[in-house]
Design a binder for this molecule. Structure first.
Ligand SMILES: *Cc1c(COP(=O)(O)O)cnc(C)c1O
Length: 218
């Protein structure tokens, strides 16, 4: 059952690691079941699906947007989204800030780093990310708060490969924190690890693991 899996996960995860229950493609009833077991953070990757679910589910759910976000859809989720995980361009960050300002909010965002071998994955390379931060435009974006980094590992069974990718992102997180956020505790989230690789994520310093099928196929 969904509640049992969540209980086991919470027991297994160390202090400081939180579960984002990735509910994309799973029905509202499954989310209600997880909610009844105390889960409040849920992750969705499609704007329309998120809007429909938000309408029919409790108001105190913290909705995380974890998928690739198109700039023209930011305004639809800006009034309520708790955390946008996959900011993959300065242009998107700018639009999030603009929409945050419009709603009187500062929207927490994570910068997506591309470290996987697949060509198709979105995100900044570590070098691109640091170069973007160096430019400093983000300091003027008062409707968005850069709150950490996010990544997806290569789709492989090679655990050493996955561990190396997560490790590189953790190292980049530390570099960015020292260089740009030394005086800012808001920069604190490391989002990586899914059903198949979350134990590796925990070993490499994740603070948010995004777990879907393991919870909702229970
Ligand atoms: C679907 C998804 C997950 C969860 O994957 P599971 O294997 O179902 O745990 C995590 N992160 C992102 C970005 C996803 O799209």
């Amino acid at each position: 059952m969904i509640g049992d899996v969540l209980d086991r996960l919470r027991e297994e995860l160390p202090q400081g690691v939180d579960v984002v229950a990735v509910s994309k493609y799973f029905p509202a009833d499954s989310i209600r079941e997880a909610y009844a077991a105390g889960q409040r953070m849920f992750g969705e990757s499609r704007v329309q699906e998120l809007l429909v679910k938000r309408n029919e589910l409790p108001d105190d759910i913290q909705w995380h947007f974890i998928g690739h976000l198109q700039t023209n859809k930011v305004r639809l989720i800006a009034p309520f989204v708790s955390l946008i995980h996959a900011v993959d361009s300065e242009h998107l960050l700018e639009e999030i800030s603009r929409q945050g300002e419009r709603c009187g909010r500062v929207i927490p965002c994570l910068l997506q780093l591309h470290v996987a071998q697949e060509e198709t994955k979105f995100g900044f390379t570590p070098g691109e990310c640091i170069a973007m931060l160096e430019k400093g435009e983000w300091r003027l974006m008062t409707g968005a708060q850069i709150a950490g980094v996010m990544c997806m590992a290569s789709n492989t069974d090679d655990e050493r490969q996955i561990e190396a990718e997560f490790g590189l992102v953790r190292k980049t997180f530390e570099t960015i924190r020292l260089r740009f956020f030394a005086d800012n505790d808001a920069f604190r989230h490391c989002s990586w690890g899914m059903s198949g690789d979350y134990p590796i994520a925990v070993r490499t310093g994740a603070t948010l693991v995004r777990i879907g099928s393991m919870i909702f196929r229970a």
